[in-house]
Design a protein. Structure first.
Length: 200
């Protein structure tokens, strides 16, 4: 796996304006898809930040602006596929798909691993440092949140619109009461509130 030592990586010496920035949303939840976005910006956009540092309203506003100001590609991998091949292979699949979509581009991915995909640079906290990665972070987050809000209507017992599939107390209590639904990642081990045993 390709890794960069952030202490040796001088971001100021590299022009990332022509790079395709890549970031993901949904690596940690126990339900819902993994969403990975690649973005090549056509122009500067004011207010870009790591999606986690923005309000939902601001993310939604920037989501529309980014789509109008970039070439982008969003790749979605279902919970069932994650259970089948594992999270690392799912991320690798998404990175390869984005690389194929933006042939001939240079790539920068948030984090410290390219998951075995060649010619993808990595940078820890790139979603706070590189404009195109910030944009990718926002696209992936908003796109996934929209999906989870739709799933909340299909599976109303789980309140996916509130926790977006993450491992909250309320989510675990819902699983303990109703069991898994179709979008749960059954390969992720969890400890239910009513038992000390993992539900697999």
């Amino acid at each position: 796996m390709k890794q960069n030592n952030p202490s040796l990586f001088d971001i100021k010496s590299i022009d990332y304006s022509k790079y395709c920035g890549i970031d993901e949303a949904g690596r940690g939840p126990i339900a819902g898809p993994l969403v990975v976005a690649g973005v090549k910006l056509f122009k500067n956009i004011d207010g870009l930040k790591d999606s986690k540092k923005l309000t939902a309203k601001k993310r939604e506003e920037l989501y529309k602006i980014i789509k109008e100001s970039s070439k982008y590609y969003i790749y979605e991998i279902s919970a069932q596929k994650i259970d089948e091949i594992g999270l690392s292979k799912a991320i690798k699949e998404a990175l390869k798909a984005i690389k194929e979509h933006f042939k001939g581009s240079k790539f920068i991915f948030d984090g410290n691993s390219s998951f075995g995909v060649d010619n993808i640079e990595t940078l820890i906290k790139a979603d706070s440092k590189v404009e195109s990665v910030k944009a990718a972070s926002i696209l992936a987050k908003v796109y996934r949140d929209k999906l989870m809000i739709k799933f909340a209507k299909v599976y109303p017992n789980y309140n996916f619109d509130k926790h977006k599939g993450y491992c909250t107390k309320a989510h675990l209590e819902a699983i303990a009461k109703y069991g898994y639904c179709e979008i749960h990642r059954k390969s992720f081990k969890i400890n239910l509130p009513s038992t000390s045993h993992s539900l697999i």
